[in-house]
Every structure is written in C-alpha cells, then in structure tokens.
Design a binder for this molecule. Structure first.
Ligand code: GLA
Length: 410
C-alpha cells in the first residue's frame, strides 16, 4: 500500500523537499544552501516508561520536518528569520544573544530552545559561529497526532545548525539538547524517546531503547509481510501538558514510597507489598509502569523470534493498561483499538494500541501487508460510523533518522 491509496497525508520525503525548495526559491530568489530533515516517530510499545527508566520500542516514520536555509546577504541585525510553510507564520531569532525561555510557548519555542542549547554548546563565540540565516520549514508529520512533530522540529533545527556551523554534536548529545529545549522552552517535561527516535532512526529496524543507560539495540524488521499502520483518531483533548506532568509526579511519588531508586528494579511483588502506603492512583500508575517495562522486554524477544501474534497480544495488553491503570487513553482511541481487535487475526490484524502521550492522537496497528487496504477501509468506515469523526491512515516502514539532504558548495 502507498499512503495515498487510503486517505492519508502526502508521504514522500522527496516530494516534501521538492516543494520546500520551490517555496524557498519563490521567497528568497535562490535555492537554499542547506536542506535537512528529521522524522516523527511511532512507538510500538513501551508507553509512559521513558521517564521511568524503562524500555521503549519506537521507530522513526516516513514523515519528516524538512528545513531549508541560506545565509542572509544584507543583514545588519544578526537574526535568523524562520518561517513555517504549514502554519504560514514567521518569527525572528536574535543571534546576538542566547534566547531565553518564553512566557507562553509557541511553535517557535522548539526552534529557539534548540538555538539556545546549541549556542550554549558553542560557548562564548557562538554569536560569530552562527551566521544570519533565512530558514523555511515544512512538515508532513501530522501535528498533535502523538507522532512527535515537535521532536522532529527540534531535531531538524539541531541538524541544520550542525550543517551551518560544521560543528557536529554527538548523537545522544543532540537528542538531549532537543529534549532540554522541550522542557525549558515548550514547558513539556517529556522523556527521551521522541528525540532519540528522530536522531537514531534506522531503515528496517525497530529501536529498543533502554532509557536508563540510553543504549539502543536495533531490532531488524525487514519483513515485507507485516505492515505498521498508523491511524489518526483526529481528536485531541487539550489536557496533555498538565496531565502528563501529573503522571510523572505520581510515578515519582509512588517510587519513593516503594523505596526504590529506579523503576527498573521494581517488581510487582514490591508494588503489592507497598500497597498500604500508596494512594489508589499511585498503585495504578505503578502497575502500569512495572508491567509495561516487562511487556516491552517480551515484545523485543517476540520480534527477534518473528512471533508477531505474541507481539500483537502484548500491544493489546499495553493498551488496556494505559486505558485502565495509567488513564491516558480516550474513547476514540479505545474505539479504534476495539475495531482493530474485532477485525482480528482472520481479518489480518495482529495487535493494536494507542501510541504516544495519549488523550487523542494515533493508534499503531500491526497488519498483514496483503490485507492493509482492506483493514484500513474497515477501520475508517467503522470509526466514522461510531464516532462521527473521519480518521486518517497511513502505513510506514521504519525510516532513517535526521540527516542532511543537501549542502551546496559555497
Ligand atoms: C510523549 C513524550 C515522550 C513519552 C510519551 C509517552 O510523547 O514526549 O517522552 O513519555 O509521551 O510514552
């Protein structure tokens, strides 16, 4: 299946880059000197455990933020002008000083936060090392879909700054600068999964990321017989920031009460033993974290043994835990998972679950490749009938992480 066979977002990176180049020429009268791209991600399993020292298993998706830039010729103000084609908005960054966090975050906060981190890394000469720039960006990562459009924007910005200055960051260092931008400038206390996925993504592999050691084991996934289908519920309940921070706090206080220093060392027996000291909510959070870390380890074993049905079962279990214990699902995501489950193995589905932070956004579903079109049509129809909302669907192979697409000789 190509995405356009169903109903979804216009897919190819080549098309995105071509469009962006044309827009850049139209705006600035010349082709860009640098073009970079960074992907969004989908998480197969391991949800809300990246900030709890757990394992996660994301893959970068074939949807990118692309950024084109060149030096501003007649600039006497030392600025980087940044325009987003999607949002049709424009902003400027003053390069003569390190940006400081905004009162109220906006789309530019992600970009500014990365400039700040990169400038700090460059040290006192940073203001000379980053020339005045015209930057144009376009994204085909669905925004607000739980597919890390913001991490893609951050990582694209860092990749552009590497290309422009010739200063290459370590890969993990780059992801961590981007995570810090999200914490400080976008005020979202995220874990490391999204930025690591966008930086370290590899074609034909799921990524088993150990969020305690930050080590990555790539799990080869080249089977053409199985497809990863991403379904956007097209609902977004505006709870995300606050609810997310609350879950984090709840996990931290539960861990303290259990008397452990890392969730990785906690067993279900310890959770049960601490029952009397935990609030009902903390008990549920703890149950999810401990069981989800274990499920993710088992999922890695299942993939290595090509046991797709076992992986599918773990996905359904993970969804139930996010819905009932961690309480980050919503009725539309539950509906999408129920529809996939009802189609079942005979219909071509192995498993399905919500993906990302929750409260709307997308589900991820494993499907027999030769049934993808049929399954997609069934999901779209049933979801529309039962929720009144039109979903969007696309399949993606694991994609390569952030990279420079072109750099014209100067
Ligand atoms: C958001 C965060 C990630 C992760 C997921 C939930 O995407 O940015 O760090 O915590 O939610 O797994």
């Amino acid at each position: 299946m190509t995405s356009s066979e169903i109903n979804a977002y216009d897919g190819s990176l080549g098309d995105l880059v071509h469009r962006l180049t044309q827009s850049f020429i139209a705006e600035h009268g010349e082709p860009p000197t640098w073009i970079v791209a960074a992907p969004g991600r989908v998480n197969l399993i391991g949800e809300h455990v990246d900030y709890n020292d757990g394992f996660v298993m994301p893959m970068a998706i074939e949807r990118y933020v692309a950024m084109a830039a060149s030096e501003r010729k007649r600039d006497d103000r030392g600025i980087a002008s940044v325009r987003s084609v999607n949002l049709d908005v424009f902003a400027e960054i003053d390069l003569t000083k390190i940006p400081t966090p905004p009162e109220t975050p906006s789309w530019m906060s992600y970009v500014e936060g990365v400039f700040a981190g990169f400038m700090q890394k460059l040290g006192p000469e940073s203001t000379q090392k980053i020339p005045p720039l015209n930057i144009l960006l376009e994204s085909n990562v669905p925004v607000g879909g739980g597919l890390s459009s913001s991490a893609a924007l951050e990582v694209a910005t860092a990749t552009l700054l590497e290309a422009v200055t010739g200063v290459e960051l370590g890969k993990a260092e780059k992801a961590l600068i981007c995570q810090k931008a999200e914490h400080d400038f976008a005020k979202m206390p995220c874990g490391i999964m999204d930025q690591f996925s966008s930086v370290f993504g590899q074609a034909n592999a799921f990524m088993l990321l150990d969020c305690r050691s930050q080590e990555i084991r790539q799990l080869p996934f080249s089977s053409d017989g199985i497809s990863v289908l991403i379904t956007n519920s097209n609902v977004k309940h505006e709870l995300v920031g606050g609810e997310y921070a609350q879950r984090r706090k709840g996990c931290d206080s539960a861990l303290t009460k259990i008397g452990a220093s890392s969730w990785r060392d906690v067993t279900m027996g310890q959770v049960d033993a601490a029952e009397a000291t935990l609030t009902a909510t903390e008990r549920q959070l703890a149950r999810h974290v401990v069981s989800e870390i274990e499920r993710t380890e088992r999922a890695a074993e299942a993939i290595e043994a090509n046991r797709w049905e076992a992986l599918g079962d773990l996905m359904y279990q993970g969804h139930a835990s996010l819905r009932d214990d961690f309480k980050v699902s919503c009725k539309e995501l539950d509906l999408l998972v129920d529809i996939a489950k009802a189609i079942g193995r005979e219909g071509g589905v192995y498993g399905s679950r919500m993906t990302g932070g929750g409260f709307g956004g997308c589900t991820v579903t494993l499907v027999d490749s030769d049934k993808v079109v049929e399954v997609s049509q069934q999901i779209l129809k049933a979801y529309k009938e039962q929720s009144g909302v039109e979903a969007q669907l696309f399949a993606s192979r694991p994609a390569i992480g952030a990279h420079v697409i072109s750099r014209s000789p100067s």
